[in-house]
Design a protein around this ligand. Structure first.
Ligand SMILES: [Mg+2]
Length: 193
């Protein structure tokens, strides 16, 4: 049996306003159209799966509990607008961290594919029908390694990353204004398959 399609969503600069390290729930702001984007995926039967590097944990800027509290705020804000994430994967590690137990080169850290691999296992995802939306070069690299198309958004660091991806020869399916456009792109791509 084939699994379900997923749109893997970067968090910072895509679903939420880029703001360096977000370590407290009150620092989190939704990007324009974020809730409608997730709702669009929910209604189309596309799994909405967050994949986010949060090296602030390894850097000693927050704990995993802080990270969970920020995530709870994200779910709350989306939920207030009728949107539901199907899953979220966060990578707390960084090779050059300040906290020993997180200071390693973990396979979850983008552009490595650990978070997508875990989601495919956990949720029964059909990777061939899935895609990634991000605002950084690591998101485009992750998508290429996972063998899925990548859409970059103009929010966050997306515009710069688009130029960098082109210079690096990384395939980017589309540069779109924001995450809602990415969700609509995903749904129309599914319909045309
Ligand atoms: Mg980002």
């Amino acid at each position: 049996m084939k699994g379900r399609p997923a749109l893997f969503l970067d968090r910072d600069g895509v679903l939420t306003v880029e703001n360096s390290y977000i370590t407290r729930p009150d620092e989190l702001r939704l990007e324009t159209g974020a809730a409608e984007a997730v709702r669009t995926l929910n209604e189309a039967g596309v799994l909405a799966v967050v994949v986010s590097n949060q090296s602030g944990v390894a850097r000693g800027l927050m704990t995993e509990q802080d990270m969970a509290a920020v995530h709870a705020r994200l779910e709350q804000l989306l939920g207030e607008d009728g949107a539901r994430l199907d899953a979220a994967y966060y990578c707390p590690n960084h090779l050059e961290g300040a906290v020993e137990r997180y200071s390693r080169d973990a396979s979850c850290r983008k552009p490595q594919t650990g978070m997508i691999d875990a989601a495919v296992r956990d949720l029964g995802i059909d990777l061939s029908a899935s895609a990634m939306v991000g605002d950084q070069l690591t998101d485009a690299e992750l998508a290429e390694r996972a063998g899925i198309p990548c859409v970059l958004v103009e929010t966050g660091k997306g515009t710069t990353s688009f130029e960098q991806a082109r210079a690096a020869g990384l395939p980017v399916a589309e540069l779109v204004p924001g995450v809602l456009d990415a969700a609509r792109w995903m749904v129309s791509r599914l319909k045309s398959r």
